[in-house]
Design a protein around this ligand. Structure first.
Ligand code: NDP
Ligand code: MG
Length: 380
């Protein structure tokens, strides 16, 4: 039986992962980690009976201990606890579904502990792709993408020769503001931005989808996962979210993966690769769907996407600057402290102002994160 450690178990990806496991009944959950939702975590512990559970703080850990006092589970907390969950001896695979740069260290530690990785947390590869991809090779572990686009690319490359790949066609829904001009976005509210047309996800990624920074992060992730320069990653708007991404080969042939928008498919594929399992989900009905349409992205309105291409080309710690500024800006926007268009402006400012480092170590990546926060705190 495969044994899984799940980081970020109470979130959108986390709960869908547990749904996949609940239905298949042949993966043993050995560790669960969450940030603040103690009650939800306690229920998960009761249902899945892991050896270890981690929560965000010492205070919450005390609460959790009371809730599951009758069960045989070790409770840990904070960033050290999260690492303990990531490296737990009994796990074969770690699914990282925490949000933000906090995913970096546990992912690295899990690789060092020879765990396979199912990666949902995209901020990890964006900021530390150059380190993680090297380590994945060195430690001989497998890295399976969970993000739907990267899973689609991975599925489309199945059995193909990666050297014959000409281009990655990364699809995007365009989010709730597709078709708007920059001026029209000046006064959009938090509630407008949280209304994604096709996917139901955590708040941070929902905002990222509306600004298309999410697509920018995915472009950078694709570059690391599939070892291609960003010039070979092209974003194609496909508003119905039926084509999850495509790859084009040197003979002009294109392979695509299609399906109804349901994250449980890529999650299940990452957990059981190369096997496909039955998944009870909505099937695409082409007669009813009628059409699938395509558009070019609007790089002017969605400046964050253009900035992501710039960051990828500059490399070094600039993708970290973009990501840290975006995390800071999105959290300020969620707290209603800044306006919508400030998000991309803050990213641009941080990318221009931060000191450039060509090959940042993990320490330098984390230092860049802090200096970006300082820069933005002073200016906004
Ligand atoms: P959510 O906000 O829904 O979930 C985040 C999870 O991280 C929660 O379980 C949260 O716990 C946990 N967490 C927060 N702080 C800590 C902490 N200090 N220690 C341990 N766990 C913590 O996010 P999503 O599930 O939407 O996204 C997760 C990642 O996956 C992101 O990087 C996102 O970009 C990526 N992704 C998401 C997709 C989606 O469809 N949702 C699609 C593709 C990628 P709690 O809630 O208890 O505080
Ligand atoms: Mg995605």
């Amino acid at each position: 039986m495969k044994k899984l450690s799940l980081l970020g178990s109470t979130g959108s990806i986390g709960t869908q992962t547990l749904d996949v496991i609940r239905r298949n009944k042949d993966i043993k959950v050995v560790a669960l980690a969450a940030g603040s939702r103690v009650k939800e975590l306690a229920e998960q512990i009761r249902e899945f009976q892991p050896e270890l559970a981690c929560i965000g703080s010492e205070e919450l850990a005390k609460e959790l201990k009371i809730l599951v006092g009758d069960l045989n589970v070790k409770i840990v907390y904070g960033s050290e606890g999260l690492i303990e969950a990531a490296v737990i001896e009994s796990a074969d695979i770690v699914l990282t579904a925490v949000v933000g740069m906090m995913g970096i260290i546990p992912t690295i530690e899990a690789v060092k502990a020879h765990k396979d990785i199912a990666l949902a947390n995209k901020e990890t590869l964006v900021t530390a792709g150059h380190i993680i991809m090297r380590m994945v090779k060195e430690y001989g572990v497998n890295l399976y993408p969970v993000d739907s686009e990267h899973s689609a690319i991975f599925q489309s490359l199945n059995g193909e020769n990666p050297r014959e790949l000409e281009k990655i066609l990364l699809t995007a829904s365009g989010g709730p503001f597709r078709g708007r001009t920059r001026d029209e976005l000046a006064n959009v509210t938090l509630e407008d931005a949280l209304r994604h047309p096709n996917w139901s996800m955590g708040k941070k990624i929902t905002i990222d989808s509306s600004t298309m920074v999410n697509k920018g992060l995915e472009v950078m992730e694709a570059q690391w996962l599939f070892n291609v320069p960003v010039s070979k990653v092209m974003v194609v708007i496909q508003p119905q979210s039926i084509i999850h991404s495509m790859v084009q080969f040197v003979d002009g042939g294109i392979m695509a993966q299609l399906g109804s928008p349901d994250m449980r498919l890529p999650i299940q594929y990452a957990l059981y690769y190369p096997e496909r399992r039955f998944l009870e989900s909505e099937r695409v009905d082409f007669y009813r769907l009628g059409q699938i349409t395509f558009q070019e992205p609007d790089f002017e309105t969605f400046k964050g996407l253009k900035l992501a291409y710039d960051a990828a080309k500059k490399g070094g710690n600039i993708p970290t600057a973009l990501n840290a500024a975006n995390e800071y800006a999105v959290s300020s926007f969620l707290d209603k402290k800044i306006k919508y268009l400030d998000i991309a402006d803050m990213i641009e400012y941080a990318m221009n102002e931060v000191e450039y480092i060509a090959e940042p170590s993990i320490d330098k990546i984390l230092e860049t994160e802090q200096s970006v926060y300082e820069l933005l705190k002073k200016k906004w």
